[in-house]
Write a protein that binds this ligand. Structure first.
Ligand SMILES: [Mn+2]
Length: 344
């Protein structure tokens, strides 16, 4: 480690998250940038998040009252694979064409070529993410994907599925993401959990938190699929209004998860003031402090965080706020995941 590193000053930008000096080999937590928003249906821009979060992350204090010597948590940043944003931009032009056509009333069946080209591009991304993630999971590191839209972590989830006999997902999101091929795209940001349920056999439980915008088909799936446990935003808030402590609700959420946990954090699970520019904002949601307390409850529960993603952050050109919130959450995710490595 570089002798010049001083955790008490702001970080000197070095291309790494939090300007930390650790190499990938010595790191416990490996962060992978996946700047990709090819299937964004409403607000695009998550492609800019991985870089914007690096920039914002150099400003934050690497101290956490709950984590001893938080700055010593070895977080490594993988260099960006430039072909990811390039193919995202190319694929996104297809999305724009499809959405325009659908809005004009063109039936989906006539857009088969576009859907196929899109699915191919997404599969290629998934393979890329999978290959890298598998290597570092095999080396017993925690891997975190910094998206990108919510389709970006599928390859990481595939790798976790191979490395764990059984695991669950703590899914913080405004949306259920249970749509079957949204707008004709099999790997849509709105289909990530559908695909997980469909294809990842060792994933035994999705515990959804903060979900508040979903369609009838998704509601039906949430009610009938035994692998889904929903703590909808409405149910959580109503319990709070009736006097149930947040600490108790967090214990219930964590209790619903198996021993090995993947955290999938869609920033729109938080209240919109924490993510004003995200693609599909919805009123309501978890406050920043509620979310951190939930993650903390998980981290000190004896369960293990094996991997995570942080998605759908859309940085604004005008201010750093969205990326700033994202950077702070990312630091918590890294520190808490590392904590569960020590505890177990
Ligand atoms: Mn999502």
């Amino acid at each position: 480690m570089s002798v010049s590193f001083d955790p008490n000053t702001i970080g000197l930008p070095n291309g790494n998250y939090f300007a930390l000096p650790y190499s990938i080999i010595e790191s416990d937590v490996v962060l992978m940038q996946v700047p990709w928003d090819a299937t964004a249906s409403y607000g695009a821009g998550a492609i800019k998040a991985p870089e914007a979060i690096i920039k914002a992350s150099t400003q934050i204090d690497l101290y956490d009252a709950d984590v001893k010597d938080a700055w010593k948590v070895k977080i490594g940043t993988l260099p960006l694979n430039e072909s990811i944003p390039t193919s995202s931009r190319r694929a996104r032009s297809i999305t724009t064409r499809v959405i325009t056509a659908l809005e004009k009333g063109v039936p989906l069946i006539r857009l088969v070529d576009e859907s196929m080209a899109m699915n191919e591009a997404c599969e290629k991304l998934n393979q890329r993410v999978y290959k890298v993630a598998k290597r570092y999971l095999d080396a017993r590191k925690v891997v975190g994907v910094v998206g990108g839209d919510h389709s970006t972590p599928f390859g990481l989830l595939q790798a976790v599925n191979e490395n764990c006999d059984e695991f669950g997902i703590l899914h913080i999101d405004a949306h259920a993401d249970l749509r079957d091929a949204y707008e004709g795209f099999a790997y849509s940001h709105a289909s990530i959990m559908y695909n997980v349920l469909d294809r990842l056999r060792n994933m035994t439980k999705i515990v959804q938190v903060g979900v508040r915008d979903y369609c009838a088909e998704e509601a039906e799936r949430m009610a009938t699929d035994k692998r889904i446990v929903s703590f909808t935003d409405a149910a959580l808030q109503e319990a709070s209004f009736n006097g149930v402590l947040w600490a108790q609700q967090c214990r219930d959420i964590v209790a619903a998860l198996p021993e090995k946990v993947y955290v999938s954090f869609d920033i729109d699970g938080l209240t919109p003031e924490n993510c004003p520019h995200t693609g599909t904002p919805v009123p309501g949601g978890l406050t920043y402090n509620q979310a951190v307390f939930l993650l903390k409850t998980l981290a000190w529960s004896g369960k293990k965080i094996v991997a995570f993603d942080l998605c759908e952050i859309v940085p604004s050109d005008r201010d750093e706020w969205d990326a700033n919130v994202g950077a702070r959450l990312l630091f918590k995710l890294c520190c808490y995941a590392r904590q569960t490595m020590i505890e177990n």
